[in-house]
Design a binder for this molecule. Sequence first.
Ligand SMILES: [Zn+2]
Length: 106
Amino acid sequence: MHGEVTDKNGKLHIAILEKDMKPVKAEAQSLTATAGTRQAPVKLEVAKDETGFTLTPPKEGEWIIMQYKETEFGKTITARIHYDTRKCAPCGNPEWRCACGEKKKK
Ligand SMILES: [Zn+2]
């Protein structure tokens, strides 16, 4: 399972993708997201629709900790995103979804 995060009208949208990158319908899956600091975590509002999850972005520079479950009793998968909104010069995307940086890491 993969997740693809995009910007949509000031919200973050997470699509669930299969290994072959085909989108998966969001049904039994669940997602919770937390940002803020270790001392004061803030739960982010998550809405689910057929295409995935939409969440309210945290403050700039915060880490988003997402906990994803495929089914109610499934294993919890945790993912972290550094919500760094500074613009990446080479690709023009905000750092948090910088495409060229991703390639560098791989
Ligand atoms: Zn970049």
